[in-house]
Design a protein around this ligand. Sequence first.
Ligand SMILES: Cc1cc2nc3c(=O)[nH]c(=O)nc-3n(C[C@H](O)[C@H](O)[C@H](O)COP(=O)(O)OP(=O)(O)OC[C@H]3O[C@@H](n4cnc5c(N)ncnc54)[C@H](O)[C@@H]3O)c2cc1C
Length: 312
Amino acid sequence: MDEDFAAQRIKKLSLFEAVKNALFSSKKNKHKTLVDQFAYPIGGTGMVYDKMKTFIEQNGGKVLCSTPVKKVDAGENGATSIELMSGEVIPFDHIISSMPITHLVRNLPNVPTDVISAATDLKFRNTILVYLKVEGVDVFPDNWLYVHANDLQMGRITNFCNWVPEINQDEKSTIVVLEYWSYNEDEIWNSTDEELVTLGKKELRATGLIKDLEISQGHIIKIPKCYPVYGKGYKEPLQKVESYLSTINNLSVIGRYGSFKYNNQDHSILMGLLAADNIVNNQNHNLWEINTDYETYQETSTITASGLSVEE
Ligand SMILES: Cc1cc2nc3c(=O)[nH]c(=O)nc-3n(C[C@H](O)[C@H](O)[C@H](O)COP(=O)(O)OP(=O)(O)OC[C@H]3O[C@@H](n4cnc5c(N)ncnc54)[C@H](O)[C@@H]3O)c2cc1C
């Protein structure tokens, strides 16, 4: 892996600091990687996007869901239109793309071969989410647990009831999700839903976390390409693709797989807001720079009883 991966995820956390935190935990001066509080919408993260959709529609905009885009058309005047998978072509003054950067580049007209080849070097990893309904409450106290065990294939377990209790709506059961990370060609990615639910049930039981509680239901969601892989040397091909895309007028790329950045949601939303500011207010924010400053990220906000407050 490239060192950027660790820089973003664990921000100069030393073994000494981790041990010190375990022995003498205090709320003050806590390392950012070891925070034990975070703000989360009561109805789940989808609330944020539903509100955005309503706001856009109330202001005369249109949001088209389940409408896949085949390609962006660009010529001497820069990006001018998009073509949907249905074949419909829609003209635009400016196009902001958050589709996988590799898909965007491969389908643009007249891309130099070295740029196509650079885009081919950028790899994404998939996630399989195995949701399981456990018949019991207060199953385990953590929000999520990373799993490092040779005999288990899952990488992380999340217990949503511990994010916000309201999400469970007083049910007497608990929804947990197990995550399995894989590439397209891996056997697990090509397993059926039934096989994956069986695997998830077996592995959750093997952790000992749910003791003998019944697992009554399972549900699978497969998310392709959701992790940009910060492999060693990934910046070189990315830089080449960035430079090429920067030459196309009226085209901005944003988002986790749109700009090949290991974004959290706030990064992706910020990219969208700054892209809009560039267009509407003729600003010149460099969107590629977002999510590169790993040290100061999240330094300026604190959690309060009612949500987040930003320190000036
Ligand atoms: C398992 C998991 C857990 C996570 N947990 C957290 C967390 O706790 N906190 C946090 O802040 N972030 C978390 N993230 C990261 C967060 O989900 C992403 O940072 C965020 O969703 C990125 O937003 P985005 O708009 O860039 O991309 P996405 O949310 O991936 O949106 C891109 C959209 O584009 C659509 N699309 C793709 N191709 C096309 C096409 N050709 N035409 C039309 N549409 C297309 C996709 O279907 C998708 O809906 C998590 C991610 C995963 C996978």
